[in-house]
Design a protein around this ligand. Structure first.
Ligand code: 5GP
Ligand code: MG
Length: 182
């Protein structure tokens, strides 16, 4: 085994080949949707949620066959112990104007649902023409806030995932497969 990838503590859930195949399918499905929607000269505005989504987004946009541009927002959620609830904080906003644009949000994981719900509200105040959500993994067991996911790479129940952009204490993001950390 390649020394760089010490996967002894990890269980592989989705291999690089599985991910590649699924992302290719998603790219085709998403492109078919926008091909019908985009007017002459229009581009899809793909907004990735930093940090975790950057690997999935870079693969996904290269499987898309419609004109697009990219932007990023950085969000972080934390436990507010005073109100015993989770809060989303925006560390960096996207930079493009979203008004009247067709927006595709790309996220690594939908878990509790708070992050995507927050971003949807944030986007909708700015009157985009449409918003679609694409996630690499839909993790449904802990969902508290309902979010309509339009494109899902893989659906699982629960488990802490690393690799393919996902970290644990800043490690494993560069690993090409998705693993559960036991
Ligand atoms: P939520 O849907 O809970 O508001 O937020 C989802 C965010 O929590 C994701 O963007 C991701 O950063 C993080 N997250 C949720 N589940 C996992 C996981 O299994 N592994 C890692 N590395 N991050 C996760
Ligand atoms: Mg995240």
């Amino acid at each position: 085994m390649d020394l760089h990838y010490d996967t002894s503590k990890l269980q592989m859930l989705f291999s690089p080949e599985q991910i590649r195949g699924r992302v290719r399918e998603l790219g085709a499905e998403i492109s078919a949707h926008y091909e019908k929607l985009l007017a002459e000269g229009e581009m899809v505005l793909v907004i990735g949620i930093l940090n975790g989504a950057f690997v999935f987004m870079s693969d996904l946009i290269r499987e898309m066959t419609v004109p697009l541009e990219t932007d990023f927002i950085r969000l972080s959620s934390y436990e507010d112990h005073l109100s015993s609830s989770s809060k989303v904080v925006m560390l960096k906003n996207f930079e493009r104007e979203v008004r009247h644009r067709h927006v595709l949000v790309v996220e690594d994981i939908a878990d509790v649902g708070l992050t995507l719900n927050w971003l949807l509200k944030h986007l909708k105040t700015q009157e985009p023409a449409s918003v679609k959500l694409a996630v690499a993994v839909d993790k449904s067991a802990r969902r508290e806030v309902k979010v309509d996911l339009d494109y899902v790479g893989f659906a699982i129940d629960d488990g802490f995932l690393v690799g393919y952009g996902l970290d644990a204490a800043r490690r494993y993001r560069e690993f090409p497969a998705i693993y559960t950390l036991g």
